[in-house]
Design a protein around this ligand. Structure first.
Ligand SMILES: Cc1ncc(COP(=O)(O)O)c(C=O)c1O
Length: 395
């Protein structure tokens, strides 16, 4: 089948792609790199693969009807959301508990706005996806960070340190599960401890599970809402098919909120801003993805896993570079601390000498200093090119 050929090189230039087009302005402003046409972008988290044909077909089918009037998310779409999670994670999602939003980031913004006031403390474990601190800061909340511990097997929680963060009076803790940028699938034990802390300190838990579906053999994502005592905690879980199927541009996400009182408050706040709907093409895409996208996902995950193996093997040959294969995501977290190279110099080398755009670690908070994040959701040929450019930058 044509859509299962992940080797195809799609030219994404001049498609208003953040990754392929807009990055040039960003690096011009930040790193003073002007001539960027031949720089290979392996940064923002979307894929260079064609999306599953079943999603394109569903959107086309809806386009064939000539009227795009007001619409609502169908019961069949909600059923597809439930079936996917029930089958893959043994997690049954009551359609009543689903609230829709334009994305996980806007959902996090709404949750924080609903349940906290300016000046309130929000806890996060760093390094982590930038919206986790940028959104609360933009809403004038105080962000309390607690660093994850970088062990041989990747990041781990230090629960003693984390409890201090909870004791400091945080109102909300934002969990990234699986973790971006570290690619960790949190264990049952980790999640149980986290839920218990939230109960003990009466902290609202936002569980961002956007990366749940891309998990490698030997690991299993566990939805936070299926953890022991989850019903005793205040939890809002954010899910979306957008990372899984490379459809971030359709803008769709779900908040799963079984707790009635939390859901009522969130619904009221969504209504206060005229939010809570997704558009009719997004809803056709979400439904098709969850109903028919699984084969594509399985094949894509295998492909990425091989890309990962290659990158890990090649980069680990370089002096001072250390990379562990992540448990999940298509993001490789590269530790270059032992090279002694500063972040500014590393970015200059990568962009100017290597002609490669990957993410500097401090984008994920100070705890990310000395690391880089590389996106390997692209054809193997591109991955090989990226690795060669990385080597050149360090030579
Ligand atoms: C952890 C995490 N949450 C949310 C998002 C973005 O979500 P959305 O595009 O639905 O706003 C990303 C994108 O990389 C992410 O890594």
């Amino acid at each position: 089948m044509i859509d299962l050929n992940f080797d195809v090189l799609h030219d994404r230039r001049n498609t208003h792609s953040l990754k392929w087009d807009q990055f040039k302005d960003r690096i011009k402003a930040k790193y003073n790199v002007h001539d960027a046409d031949d720089i290979l972008p392996m940064w923002v988290a979307d894929m260079d693969f064609a999306i599953p044909q079943v999603i394109t077909d569903a959107i086309k089918e809806r386009l064939d009807h000539p009227i795009f009037g007001y619409s609502y998310v169908s019961d069949a779409c909600k059923q597809a959301i439930n079936d996917w999670h029930e089958k893959r994670y043994n997690w049954s999602i009551d359609p009543k508990s689903i609230l829709f939003h334009q994305g996980v980031v806007p959902a996090i913004a709404t949750i924080i706005e609903t349940f906290t006031e300016p000046g309130d403390k929000i806890g996060i474990s760093t390094p982590v996806y930038p919206a986790f601190f940028n959104i609360p800061k933009a809403q004038k909340r105080e962000v309390i960070t607690c660093d994850l511990v970088d062990s041989e097997n990747g990041y781990e929680y230090d629960f003693v340190a984390l409890e201090e963060t909870f004791k400091s009076g945080i109102k909300v803790y934002i969990l990234c599960s699986p973790h971006n940028p570290g690619g960790v699938v949190w264990s049952q034990n980790d999640l149980e401890k986290l839920v218990q802390l939230c109960i003990k300190y009466d902290v609202l838990l936002i569980s961002d599970e956007i990366h749940a579906d891309i998990v490698f053999d030997g690991y299993k994502h566990i939805p936070t809402l299926t953890i022991k005592d989850a019903d005793k905690a205040k939890i809002v879980t954010c899910i979306a098919p957008t990372k899984t199927f490379n459809i971030a541009g359709i803008h769709a996400a779900m908040m799963v909120v079984p707790n009635d009182s939390l859901r009522i408050k969130l619904t009221q706040n969504l209504q206060a801003h005229g939010l809570g709907e997704i558009n009719l093409l997004a809803s056709a895409g979400v439904q098709a993805a969850y109903e028919k996208g699984e084969d594509w996902l399985e094949a894509m995950t295998q492909y990425i896993s091989k890309n990962m193996d290659y990158v890990v093997e090649e980069l680990n040959k370089l002096d001072g570079i250390s990379v562990t294969k992540p448990n999940a995501t298509y993001l490789v977290w590269i530790d270059y601390r032992k090279t002694g190279i500063s972040e500014d110099e590393m970015m200059q080398r990568l962009l100017v000498k290597g002609r490669l755009a990957i993410e500097p670690g401090t984008k994920y908070e100070e705890a990310g200093r000395g690391y880089l994040r590389m996106n390997v959701a692209c054809p193997f040929e591109t991955v090989k090119d990226g690795v060669e450019r990385f080597k050149k930058a360090l030579s």
